[in-house]
Design a protein. Structure first.
Length: 249
């Protein structure tokens, strides 16, 4: 993946910082704020895969990793583990990593993860898809923490890309997105601007302009995704730099 700013990573610069999902959760502390509960559940729905990958790299089987991931989120949502959130410097990524480490230590004596029943919170995820993705990532033999960070960054990129696709679809430009999104990363695609233009009835110059705008919007959406996972606007640029560094390592 290309590391240039115009290749999909947000560049630094002034930008209004709005209330984010994680900041809502932190502001509520351990209270029963329904907005905070909804925000936390949405964050869990989005970022469950990095935890699954972390658990798998710790040596658990696919079935046990699915159970452990689900049990972790059930406890997080039902028992409120936010008392330690501020100790993780306010970033959802760090909070989750520290929380899953503590959780696995506590679960070490169990032969299998205990499944929750009744009305316990449930964060749905596709176990088959997760294992397929893990199989592709596991060959690089990263440490559990490094694999977690990379999976986290990829999840952010994919979430931003999905938002971008939804915007193009709502504008009736599904075909344009399908043809031009290949240029989002800035890597060589084997497709020229002229060839892409033929498929969407655009000139080569128009394609260049459209790709530039698509990349710019992608960077904006990615920036928004990252902002949703931190509790302090002053940490946004640092978090962006750290996630960028993951792909440069």
């Amino acid at each position: 993946m290309s590391g240039g700013a115009d290749a999909g990573w947000p560049s630094s610069g002034d930008r209004a910082f709005t209330t984010t999902h994680w900041s809502v959760v932190l502001a509520a502390g351990q209270g029963a704020d329904p907005h905070a509960s909804a925000a936390l559940e949405q964050l869990c729905r989005t970022y469950w895969y990095p935890l699954y990958a972390y658990i798998r790299r710790r040596g658990h089987s696919p079935a046990d990793a699915q159970d452990l991931t689900q049990e972790f989120f059930a406890r997080l949502l039902a028992k409120n583990y936010l008392s330690a959130a501020h100790q993780e410097r306010g970033r959802f990524r760090w909070f989750l990593l520290c929380a899953i480490q503590r959780f696995l230590v506590n679960e070490r004596e169990r032969a299998q993860a205990v499944k929750r029943g009744g009305v316990a919170p449930h964060v749905p995820f596709d176990g088959a898809m997760a294992e397929g993705r893990y199989g592709l990532e596991a060959v690089d033999q990263r440490t559990p923490d490094k694999l977690f960070d990379r999976a986290w960054a990829i999840t952010l990129l994919e979430a931003a890309r999905q938002r971008l696709q939804e915007e193009y679809t709502l504008d009736g430009k599904t075909t344009v997105f399908e043809q031009l999104s290949a240029f989002l990363s800035g890597d060589k695609t084997g497709l020229t601007y002229a060839e892409a233009g033929m498929a969407v009835e655009m000139s080569e110059g128009a394609v260049k302009v459209a790709v530039h705008r698509m990349r710019r919007r992608y960077r904006e959406l990615l920036r928004e995704q990252v902002a949703q996972t931190i509790g302090n606007p002053a940490e946004l640029e640092d978090e962006l730099r750290q996630l960028h560094a993951i792909f440069s390592a």
